[in-house]
Design a binder for this molecule. Structure first.
Ligand code: NAP
Length: 332
């Protein structure tokens, strides 16, 4: 039997490609970064499976891919899937949960520590030769805020939220508040987490961590009124998606001293415009969307995405179909 045709829209490790080639006839984008939209659309005519990272999987793309049966994303977030369009065409969508939880949680702690202890700001201070005797520097000039024993409030207590909770409670002795659409009794038991309203979480937390997925419900989830409830000494940490936050409201809250600082791995849009005020604020730590970006974790994600795709195309049971399309597996 002929192998199903697969297009891979960004370069993946050789070992993952060899695995895919055992089961599929593969063509991979050979440039750096990922395939352009036009480049991608031009490749899809005969393709049954697509391995991708981002870029909308929408009605236009599906029109260019009449034989497409499965899309496997090398990411846990799948806000680039147009779920209605995929459902209408019966195309399975898959993602890579679990394998990146610890790596993203490490980065969230790094954002908390870096913003509270002013690591990038003071690193620049030393490297720019400003740390000199006789300049009238006071020790208070270098003071930051403690992370240990502070209160963390997690909005979106899912897989990654729980990995953050574990570090915060067991590593940093933090008090843990959370709000989640569904209450998580097991997280309450494991971490002593207190389930509170969003309002209470914002009023009491020293670190507010946003970790919800981007969905129709969470677009612009965090707005002016939320920043207004935060403590003026608190830090806002976002590693979910840029569009979950009203970035203009965040900028205002920082400019006016309404909150103390922020640690951001995500922006709207990405990359941010060079004149985005967030990029010139010393109390804001900015990273280029690197939550899962370690060599091992990106390898594990690519391999899991490849396994998902092979299972979907060869009649197996793909382990990680996104929950909104899970019923399509039964009806194949
Ligand atoms: P997850 O396990 O699905 O957790 C998300 C949690 O958010 C779930 O517990 C969910 O509640 C909750 N939630 C959803 N909508 C909500 C709402 N309207 N109000 C309150 N809570 C809500 O996902 P995950 O694996 O932890 O990943 C979370 C997100 O992190 C991803 O979707 C992605 O956008 C982002 N991410 C970013 C990076 C990065 O590089 N910065 C890396 C990986 C992931 P329910 O239990 O009710 O569904």
């Amino acid at each position: 039997m002929a192998k199903p045709k697969v297009y891979i829209s960004k370069q993946i490790p050789a070992q993952v490609l060899s695995y895919l080639e055992e089961y599929c006839e593969c063509k991979m984008w050979d440039g750096s970064g990922g395939a352009s939209r036009q480049g991608l659309l031009a490749e899809l005519q005969d393709v049954e499976g697509l391995l991708t990272t981002g870029g909308p999987i929408d009605a236009e793309l599906l029109q260019h891919a009449p034989k497409l049966r499965a899309v496997s994303s090398i990411s846990v977030g799948y806000n680039h899937f147009d779920l209605d369009a995929m459902r209408t065409r019966g195309v399975l969508g898959m993602h890579t949960p679990y394998v990146l939880d610890d790596t993203v949680a490490d980065l969230v702690l790094a954002l908390m520590l870096a913003s509270a202890r002013r690591v990038p700001e003071l690193d620049a201070f030393v490297k720019e030769g400003k740390w000199q005797r006789g300049r009238g520097l006071k020790e208070e000039d270098f003071f930051g805020m403690d992370v240990h024993h502070a209160t963390i409030g997690i909005l979106g207590m899912g897989r990654i939220g729980e990995a953050i909770a574990k570090r915060a409670v067991h590593g940093f002795d933090m008090e843990l508040l959370y709000y989640n659409r569904t209450r998580k009794p097991e997280a309450e038991e494991r971490f002593g987490a207190q389930y509170v309203t969003t309002e209470e979480l914002l009023r009491r937390s020293d670190f507010v961590v946003l970790m919800t997925p981007l969905t129709a419900e969470t677009k612009m989830y965090f707005r002016k009124e939320h920043f207004e409830l935060m403590k003026p000494t608190a830090f806002f940490i976002n590693a979910s998606r840029g569009q979950t936050v009203d970035e203009a409201a965040l900028i205002k809250a920082l400019r006016s001293g309404r909150i103390r600082g922020a640690g951001l791995d995500v922006f709207d849009p990405e990359p941010p415009q060079p004149d985005n005020p967030l990029l010139s604020m010393p109390n804001v730590v900015t990273l280029p969307h690197i939550g899962s970006a370690t060599e091992k974790t990106r390898f594990d994600m690519a391999m899991l995405a490849a396994r998902n795709l092979v299972a979907a195309l060869t009649g197996g049971r793909p382990p990680h179909v996104v929950k909104e399309l899970a019923d399509l597996v039964e009806s194949r």
